[in-house]
Ligand binder design. Structure first.
Ligand code: NAD
Ligand code: LMR
Length: 342
């Protein structure tokens, strides 16, 4: 079994010594995910510079976060370089936000409301991601991109096509963040097994939407009835809908996603700084199935995704979901590519 146990995050209470020099840019930093994610990044000893970028509100978000007593600097900017920025008088605009970034985390875009699929967000979010990644190609072509904006199954191919068109695509550096699916799988399986979820390593593969999310519960060794297996699998696949419905029109998962995005970001930074054995799930360019992009455990290193790992054996039940999932995932990948290439 390939472990998908989420790597630890650093001890971060009021640390004053950063482990490495790294600038992280959060694009969409004034949003429901962006604000708590930026706060968590401010707490990380791996972040020495935090850049908060959004179309609204970032001077305020950055000013607020900058009062947290950790060693990193915080900057907040809006698209117009002439508009107010934080600190007052600092350079604004996307160029300033991105220049020098090692990791760019992108939660910019609209979230779902009840009754919507992630694909229903495509028309709005595809062009937001396209524009922001064009900026990354220009201002920080070597950064690792961590794409949160939905539909991830399509926005990651869009990002890759934008970077290819600019001649700077590196498949090691473009990731869709699927960490929340593993968080949910560990939590729900922990409840089922009566164990601490943080001790679990439930592999989740495929993509990040409905049945393209495939948890491999057989690899946990837990005993369950057929009904329990079906209920757990479907709950993990549709965990996002559970939050969308509970928020009743006020958006989708933000706090758990900020946590998941932070775990992903800090571990990328650790790997970039030379720490070994950082293995995390990510939706990346992949050749382990017929789908051009696929989420599976990946080994991260100083260049980003050093190795796309396999996912071990599927049982018959999981193989059934896998066979249904692949055409859907491939269609969503093609939709992203077609959009970016047109
Ligand atoms: P939100 O509406 O609260 O915040 C989005 C932010 O993006 C806003 O502040 C908005 O101003 C900003 N934005 C819009 N256009 C922008 C642009 N061109 N440049 C910079 N910023 C821009 O939404 P949210 O709840 O934070 O969710 C954001 C996205 O993350 C959604 O697409 C949602 O579906 C997705 N999401 C993904 C996962 C995942 O597991 N990958 C989990 C939760 C949410
Ligand atoms: C999630 O899984 O929570 C996110 O993809 C947001 C959503 O739309 O469900």
């Amino acid at each position: 079994m390939f472990s998908s146990k989420l790597p630890a995050v650093a001890s971060r209470a009021f640390t004053s010594s950063a482990a490495v020099k790294a600038k992280v840019a959060v694009l969409g930093a004034a949003g429901g995910i962006g604000q708590p994610l930026s706060l968590l990044c401010k707490l990380s000893p791996y972040v020495t510079e935090l850049s908060c970028y959004d179309v609204v509100g970032t001077p305020g978000v950055a000013a607020d976060i900058s009062h947290v007593p950790t060693a990193s600097k915080t900057q907040g900017s809006l698209p117009d370089p002439e508009a107010g920025a934080w600190p007052t008088g600092s350079e604004g605009g996307l160029k300033a936000a991105l220049t020098g970034a090692s990791v760019v985390v992108i939660p910019a875009g609209v979230p779902r409301k009840p009754g919507m699929t992630r694909d229903d967000l495509f028309n709005t979010n595809a062009s937001i991601v396209q524009t922001l990644v064009e900026g990354c190609a220009e201002h920080c072509p070597d950064a690792v991109l961590a794409i949160i904006s939905n539909p991830v199954n399509s926005t990651v191919p869009i990002a890759a096509e934008v970077l290819k068109a600019k001649g700077v695509f590196d498949p090691k550096k473009v990731c869709g963040v699927t960490t929340l699916d593993v968080c949910r799988a560990n939590t729900f399986m922990g409840e089922h097994m009566g164990v601490d979820p943080s001790s679990l390593s439930v592999p989740v593969i495929g993509g990040h939407a409905g049945i393209t999310i495939l948890p491999l519960l057989s690899q946990t060794g837990a005993s369950m009835t057929d009904e329990e297996r079906e209920a757990l699998t479907v709950r993990i696949q549709f965990g996002g809908d559970e939050v969308v419905q509970a928020k009743a029109g006020a958006g989708s998962a933000t706090l758990s996603m900020a946590y998941a995005g932070y775990v992903f970001t800090e571990n990328v930074l650790k790997a970039l700084a030379g720490e070994k054995d950082i293995v995390m799930p990510a939706y990346v360019k992949s050749s382990i199935t017929s789908a051009e992009y696929f989420a599976s455990p990946c080994r991260f290193g100083v260049n980003g995704v050093e190795e796309v790992l396999g996912y071990g054996e599927l049982n018959e039940y999981e193989q059934g979901w896998f066979d249904k999932m692949l055409p859907e995932l491939e269609g969503q990948i093609q939709k992203g590519k077609d959009f970016a290439q047109k």
